[in-house]
Design a protein. Sequence first.
Length: 150
Amino acid sequence: MKAFACIAAAATLLAFAAPASAQFAKPEDAIKYRQSALFVMGQHFGRVGAMASGRAPFDAKVAADNAEIVADMAKLPWAGFMAGSDKGTTKAKPEIWTEQAKFKENSDKLIAESAKLSAAAKTGNLDAVKTAFAATAGTCKACHDAYRNQ
């Protein structure tokens, strides 16, 4: 039931992703949107990571379901990095707005790697999941290192 609720939430968020930047009445709304999308993505990514690292037993269906949510959610937060959303309760570094091309490159890499993770998880092969998980985690780390205050 939890998985269905998460998938339904992800589908709903995905439906609103394209026009999301037009929906933000205030910068705080954009911050909340991107933080929420990244939180949901992180929760599901962590579940796949637990299986990839052996902290949780590998369940091919659970891995595939969670990796698919990660791939869907990876497309969402970027609309929330709109002009004016660099102030407030955020860990975003100013470089996001001064290095927009590099930041977009990082977001595109995450989207691509999370799609590969989803495809690998659908094979049911744990070794493929481990490899794709490591690549996806690397894109997360690179972006966090460059664009996120700790």
